[in-house]
Design a binder for this molecule. Structure first.
Ligand SMILES: Cc1cc2nc3c(=O)[nH]c(=O)nc-3n(C[C@H](O)[C@H](O)[C@H](O)COP(=O)(O)OP(=O)(O)OC[C@H]3O[C@@H](n4cnc5c(N)ncnc54)[C@H](O)[C@@H]3O)c2cc1C
Length: 426
C-alpha cells in the first residue's frame, strides 16, 4: 500500500521547481501553490501582472493534491442553516456561489486545455439515519420553494439505482456536482501559470512577512527575500506563524482517504452505477466516489486528529472498516493507497477572504474547497486588481478560534468527542 495521494501518484510528473535563489521584486507574490494560489496566479497573469508563487513544499502538496476530487454544490453549513443565519437573499447568493465555482473549474480546464477527467456526474447526499432523510426532504423543498433550485429526492426503496448498498436511508441528488482528477488539475494549473509567465518556486517556505508600506511586503525564504507590491496568502489548513492572525482563525483538521485496487467494471456498475460524488449526513461523515480508473476512493474524518504518517495509517484502518460496512462486497478487495491532509475549518464553517494588515487572503473552505478555492483564486485576482466587490464573502466577521494561539490545535480530541456524541444522539 502506498501512503502518498493517489492523485499525485497517477498524474504526469512535473519538473523540479526548487528555488535556487530568490531575490528582486514582483508585482504580486502568492504564498501557497494549491488551487487558490495557482488559480489566482493564472488569472492575475492573464491581466498582465508579474506573479511569483512561493510554495514551502511542491505544487499541490497541500489539501489540493490530497482531496476527494469532488466539485460539489452547496455550502458546508447547508442551505437551511444559511437561511436561518443570513436570510434568504444572502443564503441564495452564498449557495449559488458554489455552482459558479464548479463552472469556474470547468471553464479553466477548457481554456487552459487541462486534461483532468472533469465530468458532471452529479452529487449524492446520503441519509445515514431515517431522520436525516426527513432533513434532506426539507432541504429539497426549501431549495425549490425559496430559490427555485431543483434537486432530486430519492427514497430508500429506489436507492439501488444510485448505490449498491443497504446502509443508507435515502438521498438527495444534485446533477450539477462534478468530479475530476485533482492531481492532473493542480499540476495542469501550474503549467498554465508558467506558460503565462508566472514564476513558481518550490521548497520556498515564507518564514517572515515584513510590511513596508500599504500592501508592499518583503517575504523572507531560506533562498532569499522577495519584495512584493501585493501578497496573496493562500495557505489554507497549512497556515503557519508568519501569518498568525489568519492561523488563529483556522482549525486544521485531518481528513483521510483510502483507495482500492482497480475494480472490475461490473463491480463498479453495482457499487455506484451513476458514478456520482457521494457523501453522507453524519458530522463525522464518509465521502466516496469512483476514480477515473475504476477504483473506489473512500474518505472521512475517521479520527479528529492532525494528519501525519501514523495518524493516516490508523485512520486508513478505521476507514477500511467503514468502507466494508457500507459496501460489504468489498471485504476482500485490496487497498492500494492511504493518505491524509488538513482541512481548514473556520469557526462558522464559511469562507473568509479579503485584506488584513496589507495582506490579501482566502481561506476557510471547511472541506468544500476544490471548486471554491479555484473560484476564489479567480475572484481574488479581481480583488487584487482593485475590485473588492468581486469577493462573494466580503464584509463577513472572521471569528478568532478561542484558545487557539500557539502550536497545533490541542482541542481536536474534545471536538471529535463532541461530534461523535452528536452523531449518536441525532
Ligand atoms: C483529505 C481531504 C479531502 C478533501 N476532499 C474534498 C473534496 O472532495 N471536495 C472539496 O470541495 N474539498 C475537499 N477538500 C478540501 C480542499 O482540498 C481544500 O479546500 C482546497 O484544496 C484548498 O486549496 P488551497 O489552495 O487553499 O490550499 P492548499 O491546497 O492546502 O495549499 C496551501 C499551500 O500553502 C503552502 N504553504 C503553507 N504555508 C506556507 C508558507 N509559509 N510558505 C510557502 N508555502 C506555504 C502549503 O505547503 C500548501 O501547498 C478536502 C481536503 C482534504 C484534506
Amino acid at each position: 500500500m502506498k501512503t502518498v495521494p493517489y492523485w499525485l501518484d497517477t498524474a504526469p510528473a512535473r519538473p523540479d521547481r526548487t528555488a535556487a535563489e530568490i531575490d528582486g521584486s514582483t508585482d504580486i507574490a502568492v504564498v501557497g501553490a494549491g488551487l487558490t494560489g495557482l488559480s489566482a496566479a493564472v488569472h492575475l497573469a492573464r491581466k498582465g501582472a508579474q506573479v511569483t508563487v512561493l510554495e514551502q513544499e511542491t505544487v499541490g502538496w497541500g489539501a489540493s493534491g490530497r482531496n476527494g476530487g469532488m466539485c460539489t454544490t452547496g455550502l458546508a453549513i447547508g442551505f437551511r442553516t444559511a437561511v436561518a443565519r443570513y436570510g434568504i437573499p444572502t443564503a441564495k447568493a452564498f449557495y449559488l456561489a458554489y455552482n459558479d465555482a464548479i463552472d469556474t473549474v470547468e471553464k479553466l480546464t477548457v481554456e487552459e486545455g487541462i486534461d483532468c477527467d472533469f465530468a458532471r456526474t452529479g452529487k449524492l447526499n446520503l441519509a445515514a439515519k431515517p431522520a436525516h432523510y426527513e432533513n434532506l426532504a426539507r432541504t429539497h423543498e426549501a431549495l425549490a420553494e425559496l430559490i427555485g433550485y431543483e434537486t432530486e429526492l430519492i427514497p430508500r426503496h429506489k436507492l439501488g439505482s444510485e448505490i449498491g448498498s443497504g446502509y443508507y436511508h435515502g438521498a438527495m441528488a444534485d446533477p450539477q456536482g462534478a468530479g475530476l482528477h485533482v492531481g492532473k488539475f493542480v499540476r495542469g494549473l501550474a503549467d498554465a501559470a508558467e506558460r503565462l509567465g508566472v514564476r513558481i518556486h518550490e521548497k520556498a517556505p515564507v518564514t517572515k512577512a515584513k510590511r513596508l508600506r500599504g500592501t508592499q511586503h518583503d517575504l523572507t525564504t531560506p533562498a532569499g527575500t522577495l519584495r512584493a507590491d501585493k501578497v496573496l496568502v493562500a495557505t489554507s489548513g497549512y497556515t503557519s506563524s508568519p501569518f498568525r492572525w489568519l492561523r488563529n482563525r483556522i482549525v486544521p483538521v485531518g481528513s483521510f482517504i483510502i483507495v482500492t485496487e482497480p475494480l472490475e467494471q461490473h463491480v463498479v456498475d453495482e457499487l455506484m452505477p451513476t458514478r456520482r460524488m457521494a457523501s453522507d449526513s453524519r458530522n463525522i461523515l464518509y465521502y466516496f466516489r469512483i476514480t477515473p480508473d475504476n477504483r473506489l476512493l473512500f474518505g472521512g474524518r475517521a479520527r479528529f486528529a492532525m494528519s501525519n504518517p501514523q495518524s493516516d495509517l490508523k485512520s486508513g484502518h478505521i476507514l477500511r472498516k467503514g468502507m466494508v460496512s457500507v459496501f460489504p462486497q468489498l471485504a476482500g478487495v485490496g487497498i492500494d493507497y492511504c493518505w491524509g491532509g488538513l482541512v481548514d475549518l473556520s469557526l462558522d464553517q464559511m469562507v473568509h477572504a479579503g485584506e488584513r494588515d496589507g495582506l490579501f487572503y482566502s481561506v476557510g473552505y471547511s472541506g468544500h474547497g476544490v471548486q471554491m478555492s479555484t473560484h476564489m483564486g479567480r475572484q481574488m485576482a479581481e480583488v487584487l486588481d482593485g475590485r473588492p466587490e468581486a469577493n462573494p464573502w466580503r464584509g463577513m466577521h472572521f471569528p478568532h478560534v478561542p484558545g487557539h494561539y500557539f502550536g497545533p490545535p490541542w482541542f481536536l480530541p474534545l471536538a471529535g468527542a463532541y461530534y461523535r456524541a452528536l452523531d449518536v444522539i441525532k
